[in-house]
Ligand binder design. Sequence first.
Ligand code: SAM
Length: 314
Amino acid sequence: RLHKSADEAVQETNDDAALSKASAVRRGYLDDAFITKFMKKDARRPPIINRGTFVRTHAIDVLVEQFHETCRSQDAHAQIVSLGAGFDTRYFNLKKRGRSFKTYVEVDLSEIVERKMAVIQQHSELTDIIGERQDVDSGLRGNDYVLMKGDLRHWKTVAEALSHILDFDSPILFLSECVLIYLNTHDSDTIVDWISQHCLHAAFVLYEQILPDDPFGQVMIDNLRQRHIELKSIWTYPTLQSQIDRFMSREWSKAFALTISEIHDRVLTPEIRTRISRLELFDEVEEWTLLGNHYCVCWATKGRMDDMKGLQVH
Ligand code: SAM
């Protein structure tokens, strides 16, 4: 076939994300014992991409850890839903570090879920962590882990499935790492709105591109467009403030956003910054700043999750 569909193109972004993480692991930025199991190729990405992957992953790890901690201090069981989880290995890494969950749900399109299931089934290191499990039509179910086929453009169907799995009166963290931006604004707004309507105590952690219309943003968009990938809602949420507003206008009680550059310069401890600066030769300083300004981490909370500390700027 000459033309790949838009769905196929968007699924490729999962392979990119996994490749970038594996590259950052290989270079010593990240510690992730599982991501390479999802890779066929030898993973090598340029230093600025490795650094970006590190900052993004570290920031989200900190927020996930804070969510977990806030649940623990309130004697509540943590529930996490990763929207468009792709080959993300966070569940396995957290379990390995001794964290426990009431439920950790991963949602993605059928093809990705099937590929992820196939990899899981080939590795006892992964199946051991899940423990008792069964294959079901919708994916895979363990005691605390659900890998579920779902199309976020049909949120009603996904939400119906989640309602059988989650306890909406207990805290839930929703993760969207480079996912909502591929949906049109109406579909992504529906999700953000539905969560605040249905979940009493919730947190949302989002990572995605911003600033579409400066020269770097235009190149970023053109490069993806050539691969038939559209950053659909970047025009509705082009800035940190608009990212914050997407939550605040939908009855979340707090929302914050920082760029990857800000997180690198002002959230990472000097020790961490020094450690990563020594990992490889890094001379694309200007390009790094441009890249870092075009990605943001945004987090929003409501109910008892308002106690989450959030990323602290120094
Ligand atoms: N969150 C993962 C990470 O950070 O490694 C994967 C990110 S990848 C850039 C985007 C993911 O969103 C892909 O796995 C893709 O299949 C998924 N995705 C895109 N559109 C989706 C939809 N309509 N429903 C469910 N998943 C979707």
